[in-house]
Design a protein around this ligand. Structure first.
Ligand code: AMP
Ligand code: MG
Length: 455
């Protein structure tokens, strides 16, 4: 399918990375990727195959973002700071009368702003007051006329004369609130439709469903969503020294752990791992199993890509008329990594050392799994950290060395995990990142800010 990516021999890390990205771009352009419907929660980690649209405005009503009082900002601007509390509205409730001048509605965070009000004063800037007033005076006060008396005196503002007049039997209790600062119109309110309007796209197709995306789909009433089928990624470990995990290895044998690290990595980035039986270092059987693996959407091979007499993977792929996009990258670990395509299926030949296999998966293969899942592949996630201890190396290769990132948000520190080379699985298990050494550096100094790639 991807004939445009040409064979390029051994590449620098940057070039190899770009070759893979270009290939991924082509995968993403391919049409008719199969999809399936799943329950919303089952979409976690999967790639959305339909856009999700707003079935109503987000928020559906002007929403209070604070506890306090819904008011008319204009009242306060005109100095009318003592307002009559005419109701209360909690989240889920509504207050159905329009708020008139001189009135306030007590409101809770998340509740709908009643009509007429255009701002919320935080409860911190208010003081409730209950005042006894003369019924006759109260009735004589027309709603909306209070503003003519821009006077903070309680009685004047509301037309009350409870101290000077009014027999006790005529008095009623008035619920008031004194507002201590003005607010701008719109303050502490998210207008209806401010986040999205009915029919607007909330999530485009191709998005990976995480907690925030699932929440959005839930808010839009999507109990089920369409996601792309997960690509099947065949994993084929090669090597005469390998036995399956449940078997007892002979004195010079080792267990096939790479099939497991790779399967875990494939599952982590949204693929469905298919572990094939171990391939011996023998042309016929190896070719047969590679053919089997090429029936999947992608094939990951472990081992057999170095320069040794029994490194037969490239040969076997050649007999299947594979195209190679690169046959090595100037990196350590993982220099012999191979990337190509055979029978329209992308494959990687990953060097068999357990750390190499994981590093080369992270650097290159992960992106292809993501693209086959229907997602724009994520770039490597990097961060800067202060190197705890100096170390020396040789120039020529970009190195990705197992390292431990520690420290706080403001003072991240990193140190290499001691390791016995690219076969050291224990080092990989103790590490939480890879320290990146650029190819032109012989020495990294203590205290230097260095780049790490997160796993
Ligand atoms: P190779 O790339 O085939 O030369 O393998 C390099 C080394 O990696 C071998 O000598 C093994 O020690 C180790 N190795 C290869 N394949 C596996 C595997 N599937 N699981 C664990 N270790 C492996
Ligand atoms: Mg081998």
């Amino acid at each position: 399918m991807n004939t445009a990516v040409q064979f390029a021999g051994i590449l620098s890390f940057d070039d190899a990375y770009e070759v893979v990205r270009e290939y991924c771009g082509r995968i993403l352009k391919a049409e008719d990727r199969p999809s399936e419907e799943v329950l919303l929660l089952q979409s976690a980690g999967r790639i959305l195959a339909e856009p999700i649209k707003a079935d109503r405005d987000f928020p559906p009503f002007p929403r209070a973002t604070r506890d306090g009082f819904a008011v008319r900002a204009d009242d306060l601007a005109r100095g009318l700071m003592l307002l009559r509390v005419v109701g209360q509205v909690r989240a889920g409730d509504s207050y159905d009368l329009p708020v008139a001048s001189g009135e306030a509605v007590e409101i809770m965070t998340g509740a709908a702003i009643p009509a007429g009000a255009d701002a919320v004063v935080m409860v911190e800037y208010s003081e409730r007051k209950t005042v006894e007033i003369n019924r006759k005076e109260r009735e004589g006060t027309q709603r909306g006329q209070e503003s003519e008396q821009a006077n903070l005196d309680t009685g004047d503002v509301l037309g009350l004369r409870q101290e000077q007049q009014g027999a006790p039997e005529e008095a009623v209790k008035e619920d008031l609130v004194e507002i201590q600062r003005t607010v701008a119109s719109g303050e502490n309110i998210v207008p209806a439709g401010a986040e999205a309007q009915t029919g607007q796209e909330l999530l485009p197709l191709g998005v990976r469903m995480g907690a925030a995306q699932i929440a959005l789909a839930a808010a839009a009433g999507k109990a089920r969503v369409m996601v792309y089928r997960q690509p099947r990624v065949a994993i084929l470990s090669t090597g005469d020294e390998l036995v399956e995990v449940a078997e007892k290895p002979g004195p010079s044998q080792i267990r096939n752990s790479n099939s497991y690290s790779l399967a875990a990595l494939v599952a982590e980035c949204g693929g469905e791992p298919v572990q094939l039986p171990i391939a011996p270092d023998e042309q016929g059987k190896l070719t047969e199993l590679i053919q089997e693996g090429l029936k999947a959407n992608m094939l990951l091979l472990s081992g057999g890509v170095s320069m040794g007499k029994f490194d037969l993977v490239e040969q076997a792929l050649n007999t299947l008329r594979a195209k190679f996009f690169f046959t090595g990258a100037l990196i350590q670990p993982g220099k012999p990594v191979v990337f190509g395509e055979a029978r329209a299926t992308p494959f990687f030949g990953l060097p068999g050392n357990p750390v190499s296999v994981m590093v080369t998966f992270e650097l290159f293969a992960r992106q292809v799994v993501e693209a086959l899942s229907g997602a724009e592949p994520e770039r490597l996630k990097s961060a800067k950290a202060k190197l705890k201890k100096e170390f020396k190396t040789k120039t020529g290769l970009t190195r990705f060395l197992p390292a431990l990132l520690s420290g706080g948000l403001d003072d991240p520190e990193v140190e290499l995990v001691p390791w016995q080379g690219s076969g050291d699985m224990l080092a990989a298990a103790r590490a939480n990142c890879y320290l990146v050494v650029p190819p032109d550096r012989e020495k990294l100094a203590k205290g230097e800010m260095v780049t790490v790639v997160m796993r």
